[in-house]
Design a protein around this ligand. Structure first.
Ligand code: PGA
Length: 251
């Protein structure tokens, strides 16, 4: 059975005190068996919140980015080892905001994915099309290209450390969610791509999350789809009760 995951992507929100309080409120909520909660935190919050959470089996910490080099003269960047040394186990990579505002492309993200996995962490790899691409009917082709270029350099054992987040750009922060049918269609296609490259068993084990305006009132319908294994949640992850409701959409 594959792992269900509800990951919060806090983006550039909350100061440290606010972040600690939010994490405390989330951690004090009840969790569900077989649903892993991942908190995608600003770099400044990683250590403190990791200490607060401790060695929890149901809550893990993620960074939102890192550099692919091990160390060196890269002012402002953080390395995989830095992220790991403060207790994070995941790194979100290739988010559409990184692609759009920081000009990250599949080639760069592929290097980051490799470093993260070689460094002993797990990658949450984001992919997804912009609206004109969907309107032109090229969304599956575009996502296939992102998956191939960003991930398919990995061998099968490394690929097992990848979680995929399908996030149609037109649904992020807009309040417009992909319909459960649209999400399922893409997730099914992604799983097929993985099966073709790594075999059915690996494909069946890969967690594929949906992201883009996931809210407490639409999460259940999305998560019920057979190839949707959870969500990457932005705005709605900043309020503990709502986020916990999303987690509980699996129950
Ligand atoms: P949203 O963001 O839930 O606010 O749409 C999702 C994301 O960017 O990961």
């Amino acid at each position: 059975m594959r792992q269900f995951i509800v990951a919060g992507n806090w983006k550039m929100n909350t100061n440290y005190a606010e972040g600690l309080k939010l994490a405390e409120d989330i951690a004090s909520g009840s969790m569900i068996d077989n649903v892993l909660v991942v908190l995608g935190l600003p770099a400044t919050h990683l250590m403190g919140i990791s200490q607060l959470i401790g060695k929890s089996a149901s809550i893990k910490i993620a960074a939102q980015n890192c550099h692919y080099e091990k160390n060196g003269a890269y002012t402002g960047e953080i390395s995989v080892d830095m992220v790991k040394s403060v207790g994070a186990e995941y790194v979100i990579l290739g988010h559409s905001e990184r692609r759009e505002y920081f000009k990250e492309n599949d080639e760069l993200i592929a290097k980051k994915v490799k470093s993260v996995i070689e460094g002993g962490l797990n990658a949450i790899y984001c992919c997804g099309e912009k609206l004109p691409v969907r309107e032109a009917g090229n969304h599956i082709k575009l996502v296939a290209k992102q998956i191939k270029q960003g991930l398919f350099h990995l061998d099968a054992s490394d690929f097992k450390k990848v979680v995929i987040a399908y996030e149609p750009v037109w649904a992020i922060g807009t309040g417009v969610t992909a319909s459960p049918v649209q999400a399922q269609e893409m997730h099914y296609e992604i799983r097929q791509m993985i099966a073709k490259k790594y075999g059915t068993e690996v494909a069946q084990q890969t967690s594929i999350l949906y992201g883009g305006s996931v809210k407490p009132d639409n999460a259940k319908e999305l998560f019920m789809q057979s190839d949707v294994d959870g969500g990457l949640v932005g705005g709605a992850s900043l309020e503990a009760n709502g986020f916990l409701k999303i987690v509980h959409s699996f129950s």
